[in-house]
Design a binder for this molecule. Structure first.
Ligand code: SAH
Length: 480
């Protein structure tokens, strides 16, 4: 076989990234855009010693789970890896992903996993659920200014101003920005030359207020044409009823694929957008201010269910001391604080910690304290500095962690084990690193108790999981 050769294969499995897997002539093939149960004609795109990559040329016999993707550019865009799968099948795939990770990477037995793993919590909205979008700005093949996505590894923009996962208003906001760029002859950023101004547009929607935050990521320290931009966006409110609460820009002069810069400058409205999170069956909502650089979950309805799950697994009665590591703007921390004696939050992004402190204050929550820094540095340092002080933070009842995809650093896990809380609640967006970290914690005195996946990202292969592990080791030994 060589590149571009064609062959027929039946897909029997799927990778965590959403590629179909099939066997042909002793080779394992990873086939883009195919799903389990498909028989496809595919073309070789890359060949290795014992495996290869291919792409679907034609579906010969479709899987019973195959549907026509609603988005016309689903295949080219690649943002949705499994739009061609029925929602039921997507949910099964994600449950399987969690199960496999726990068994294969975490070394938990099938019985142990069967005992704890609950069915995935599905999302009512399967499209238009995202409250955040980041559109690259560029030129399409014909040279027209547009917002969309880059096709494969090319530098040509495929225009797509109405991503079906996001708000319908995004399109009008983008058009206003493109209109402003045309009026002032402002160039989009070009990765190849490092020239041009506008790199990305970040749009965030507040569900509670129905309003928007817009942040332009630019390749400059200053934004020309501010006044004209403000006017363009203000027009939207009169004409289309779209109100923009916050308009800012963030300078990113680096030639990397990190989207946002390190800081931002507000040019109109507030330096944040405000949203309210109300837990299902819970008390009053808590309102949050979110600045452009802060993390905020993208699927608000599912976020509320996820946090309710984390709170349930934390099992608070009002007397507990809790650490919330990777706390962002304090979303989980403030709900914990309402049901605990004291909460300590740790987060690496300074703007997010400013938001967290402000959010606590504005919601009248006085028992939450926040630290800026890496969890793997702040926690061990705090532990050393407070040792012997008798502070309740040294021996918390619960530790909640919600790390990014790479999971927790071992230095962080080590201190968590030394603190030996009764319960650890692990909120994860990556089953592989979750399983790795759970293996460490379960080798150091913890036992897997609860596991509940949540679908926060329909049409994508991503899955969120909340885990509860409880302490069953020898405390005296750990604390020695
Ligand atoms: N719990 C929050 C945020 C979760 S996202 C929420 O649900 O809203 C993960 C967060 O971890 C992000 O805010 C990110 O900025 C932060 N982060 C990434 N690496 C970190 C590290 N090493 N130490 C502490 N925080 C980190």
């Amino acid at each position: 076989m060589k590149k571009n050769d064609e062959f027929e294969v039946t897909v029997t499995d799927m990778t965590d990234e959403g590629l179909g897997v099939g066997r042909h002539e002793g080779f394992t093939w990873f086939i883009k855009d195919s799903i389990v149960g498909d028989t496809v004609l595919c073309g070789v795109t890359k060949l290795k010693k014992t495996y290869g990559y291919a792409r679907v040329i034609r579906v010969i016999s479709p899987s019973k789970d195959r549907i026509a993707p609603p988005c016309p550019v689903a295949r080219q865009c690649g943002g949705c890896q499994i739009q061609q799968m029925s929602y039921e099948a997507q949910l099964r795939l994600k449950e399987g992903k969690v199960r496999n990770a726990l068994m294969r990477l975490g070394g938990f037995s099938q019985e142990a996993v069967d005992q704890v793993l609950e069915p995935i919590v599905s999302s009512e909205k399967q499209f238009r659920y995202r409250n955040k979008a980041q559109f690259p700005i560029g030129r399409d093949r014909a040279g027209r200014l547009s917002a969309g996505f880059y096709a494969g590894r090319t530098h040509d923009m495929i225009p797509c101003e109405d991503c079906l996962l996001g708000a319908e208003e995004n399109r009008l906001i983008l058009q206003a920005i493109l209109g402003w760029m045309e009026e002032l002859r402002l160039e989009p950023y070009d990765e190849r030359t490092g020239k041009g101004l506008v790199r990305h547009v970040l749009i965030r929607r507040s569900r509670a207020r129905g309003s928007f935050m817009v942040c332009l990521v630019i390749n400059s320290d200053r934004l020309p044409g501010e006044r004209e931009l403000v006017a363009r966006l203000q027009e939207l409110s009169g004409r289309d009823g779209i109100s923009i609460d916050s308009l800012s820009f963030s300078s990113n002069l680096r030639n990397t694929n990190v989207i946002m810069g390190d800081s931002y400058v507000t040019i109109d409205g507030t330096p944040y957008i405000e949203d309210t999170i109300r837990l299902p069956g819970g008390e009053d909502g808590i309102s949050f201010r979110i600045s452009p650089l802060s993390f905020y979950q993208v699927n608000p309805e599912q976020m509320e269910r996820l946090y309710a799950g984390a709170l349930e697994f934390a099992g608070l009665t009002g007397r507990e001391t809790v650490w919330d590591l990777y706390c962002g703007i304090g979303t989980i921390s403030l709900f914990l604080a309402r049901s605990a004696a004291k909460v300590y939050g740790v987060e690496i992004v300074p703007q997010a910690i400013e938001d967290a402190r402000d959010n606590a204050l504005r919601n009248g929550i006085a028992n939450a304290e926040f630290y800026t820094g890496k969890a793997e540095e702040v926690l061990p340092r705090w532990y050393e500095e407070h040792r012997g002080s008798g502070s309740a933070g040294l021996a918390p009842d619960v530790i909640v962690v919600d790390p990014p995809r790479k999971g927790c650093d071992e230095a962080c896990l080590e201190t968590m084990v030394a603190m030996a809380p009764d319960r650890i609640v692990y909120v994860s967006c990556n089953p592989a690193t979750l399983a790795r970290d759970l293996r460490y914690l379960c080798d150091h005195g913890y036992e897997l108790r609860r596991a509940r996946p949540y679908d926060l990202f329909p049409q994508s292969v991503h899955v969120e999981v909340v885990i509860q592990i409880t302490y069953c080791g020898d405390r005296a030994k750990n604390k020695g």
